[in-house]
Design a protein around this ligand. Structure first.
Ligand code: PMV
Length: 329
């Protein structure tokens, strides 16, 4: 195939990934666990070009250059190396989430790119291999290859660091978008700074593996309350860790903190919900599906609210019809 299209969704971690032990192979310092969403899709087409001397990348209709293009080219070079190809490609991507605002657009972006590029370059990879490939683009993308809840194993090297499905109770996620602007410091830069400067970093790495083991047990037991408690605790730990870097980094805004408080108040009022937030000010709240609307109603005053559920791992879809090829008669 010389042309392939894939669709992927972002994922939101319930046990967070923060820190790499190998920046080239993108191996995480600890394992993590997330929910792949059924909204904010990225749809990406990779088309191999005859005789081109470089890759081109368009995102939401805008031709990319600089870092954005460089990350895609670097990823395609890896795919070319695996496929034994020297051919450049045109990557066309539509991202339905606000890019760079902590809604994990890099996860859906690299998961879709991994699946589309592997197919376009003729690589025959299974889910685990695609997850490992997506990981090289953005660590958290490894988890967007999996439907619903997934665990990304830290692994002991490239071969063993991939995501796979975990059985867990059904849940909804209420995303509260507080600010959709691009974050000031990328997660990549912030992770590096945290690892190099926070005195708490070793404790974070060590405790995250224990947190992950407890979370996997809670999932196995279908224990939503325990899953929720671990989720909120681990999110606050990650933000505390990030704030302890030198110079400090703070992603949460006063409104984000107000949402965490509002969710505690909801629990006190008998609606079981728990908060988390990635490297940005937006807050994702988990609840049982039957409580999602009540949670959304209560949080509407803080930002744009959207109820989402468990979505599918990245997959190939039929190529969209190129309007320029459509009959005009
Ligand atoms: O893969 P990255 O560089 O987008 O890092 C993601 C980091 C967090 O979203 C904050 C946590 C996580 O586990 O997704």
């Amino acid at each position: 195939m010389s042309n392939a299209t894939a669709r992927a969704y972002p994922n939101i971690a319930l046990v967070k990934y923060w820190g790499k032990r190998d920046e080239t192979l993108m191996l995480p310092a600890a394992g993590s666990l997330s929910l792949t969403l059924d909204a904010f899709a990225t749809t990406t087409t990779v088309e191999l070009l005859d005789g081109a001397s470089e890759d081109v990348f368009s995102l939401n209709g805008v031709a990319q250059s600089g870092d954005s293009l460089a990350r895609v080219t670097k990823f395609l070079s890896l795919v070319r190396e695996l496929a034994g190809s020297a051919q450049h490609a045109a990557v066309t991507s539509i991202n339905e989430a606000p890019t760079g605002a902590g809604l994990a657009s890099s996860a859906s972006g690299f998961a879709a790119l991994a699946v589309a590029a592997a197919a376009a370059y003729g690589l025959d990879l299974d889910r685990a291999a695609l997850s490992r490939l997506a990981r090289r683009g953005s660590g958290s993308a490894a988890r967007s290859l999996v439907d619903g809840i997934s665990v990304w194993h830290a692994g002991d090297g490239d071969e063993t660091s991939f995501a796979e499905p975990v059985t867990a109770p059904e849940m909804s996620m209420i995303i509260v978008t507080v600010d959709a602007r691009q974050k000031a410091i990328s997660s990549r830069t912030a992770m590096r700074r945290t690892a190099l400067t926070s005195p708490f970093y070793p404790a974070w790495v060590e405790s995250t593996e224990q947190t992950l083991a407890a979370m996997l047990e809670a999932c196995r037991d279908q224990d939503f309350s325990r899953i929720g408690r671990i989720t909120e605790m681990h999110a606050l730990r990650m933000h505390a860790l990030i704030q302890s870097a030198d110079p400090p980094i703070r992603y949460l805004l006063p409104t984000s903190v107000a949402i965490f408080d509002a969710v505690v108040a909801l629990r006190e009022a008998g609606i079981e919900a728990y908060s988390t937030a990635d490297a940005g000010p937006n807050v994702a709240v988990i609840s049982r599906p039957e409580d999602a609307q009540a949670v959304a109603d209560a949080l509407e005053q803080y930002g744009t609210v959207r109820i989402v559920g468990a979505g599918a791992g990245a997959t190939l879809i039929p190529n969209p019809i190129d309007p320029s090829l459509e009959a005009t008669a």
